[in-house]
Design a protein around this ligand. Structure first.
Ligand SMILES: Nc1nc2c(c(=O)[nH]1)N[C@H]1C(S)=C(S)[C@@H](COP(=O)(O)O)O[C@H]1N2
Ligand SMILES: [Mo]
Length: 345
């Protein structure tokens, strides 16, 4: 595979992933949650900030005075796994770590939309962030739209707190959209404006990016909900460069977390021979519906070289593939993870 370019490295250094050992926490501590910002983190003064929505203008205090909801939500970047595709689509080169789970507290979106007055003929709701940049040659604000029936689901939030603290600058201060179950790009940070659209939005981040297609002349399918995925807490200790693991022989408790935005997780299996044979893992009791689910497996580790994998399946029958599905943007690669482990006697 071609080496990572300095430009890819520049993106990777800005947009860090969640260290996989942080899978041990059911709620990811703020500084360990992954981060993806297309342009610059904007500097927002909370006093002058207002959210424009239809004819309404709301301050942060106005939003805080409204009804409150909090959801624990697993969020994953649609580009997670991109760097493992061959040929490698050139963009933020995620391996596996573009995921995190946070407690997002804010006010439900649907009542606000109703209060603003949803015009007849509305098909989508458009969300605009304060961050601006140039992408694909176009100057733009980061903007994404949602179909009206998705935007008015109960669980969709305008969040002003993450894990019990005001949103930090990098996660969207003072306000972001949170759409549980959908890939990361849906969750517009630094929200400034919400508009009703009578036609589907055709902006860059909707009609060009975030579509599954094999070539540029295909329209492709828009990315929406997260495909099922599971990841293992890396067992034992890492080798500095390769991150390959070393554990001592005997019983090793393997733990991990699994999620799907399409349906609840139904089962997780574990393999210690690189996805040739599989055994059922034990699921932890289900927690909140939009949060990942823990699993564990008692592994009898025998001396030698092993490749550990885990595979999640959801209640709709979606299952992680062993081989990654290729597409132009390198999206939704939910192929099973392979963790190389040396077991010492
Ligand atoms: N305004 C704005 N919102 C944004 C983005 C952005 O660049 N600008 N990035 C999106 C993408 S691609 C992802 S994966 C998530 C990442 O959220 P996080 O940085 O809080 O983890 O934010 C989304 N919301
Ligand atoms: Mo993303």
């Amino acid at each position: 595979m071609e080496g990572i370019s300095l430009e890819e490295l520049q993106l990777a250094a800005r947009n860090h992933g969640m260290p996989l050992e942080a899978l041990r926490y059911p709620v990811t501590p703020i500084g360990l949650h992954y981060l993806l910002t297309h342009y610059d983190v904007p500097d927002v003064a909370p006093d002058g900030w207002r959210l424009a929505i239809g004819g309404l203008e709301l301050s942060l205090d106005d939003l805080r005075a409204r009804s409150v909801a909090e959801h624990t939500v697993t969020m994953e970047c649609a580009g997670n796994g991109r760097a493992r595709l061959e040929p490698r689509p050139v963009s933020q080169p995620w391996l596996l770590e573009a995921v995190g789970t946070a407690r997002w507290r804010g006010t439900p979106l649907a009542p606000l939309l109703a209060e603003a007055g949803i015009p007849d003929g509305t098909v989508e709701v458009l969300f605009t962030g304060l961050d601006r940049g140039i992408e694909g040659g176009d100057e733009q604000a980061f903007q994404r739209a949602l179909p009206l029936d998705e935007a008015t689901r109960d669980e969709v939030l305008l969040a002003y707190e993450m894990n019990g603290a005001p949103l930090p600058p990098q996660h969207g201060f003072p306000l972001r959209l949170v759409v549980p179950g959908w890939y990361g790009m849906t969750n517009v940070k630094w929200l400034s404006r919400i508009e009703f659209l009578a036609e589907p939005f055709s902006g860059y981040q909707q009609s060009w990016s975030y579509r599954v297609r094999q070539s540029e002349d295909e329209v492709g399918e828009p990315l929406q909900r997260m495909q099922p995925r599971s990841l293992l807490v890396p067992p034992g200790i890492p080798e500095f460069m390769t991150r390959d693991r070393t554990v001592a022989a005997g019983e090793v408790l393997l733990e991990g977390r699994a999620w799907s935005g399409l349906a609840p997780v139904a089962s997780v299996e574990v393999s210690d021979d690189g996805a040739s044979t599989w055994s059922a893992a034990t699921l932890e009791p289900a927690g909140e519906p939009w949060a990942w689910r823990g699993f564990s497996y008692r592994w009898e580790a025998k001396p030698g070289e092993h490749v550990l994998c885990s595979r999640a399946r959801d209640e709709a029958g979606n299952e992680q593939p062993v081989e990654p599905p290729w597409n132009l943007g390198g999206y939704a690669n939910n192929a099973v993870q392979a963790v190389r482990v040396t077991v010492t006697p």
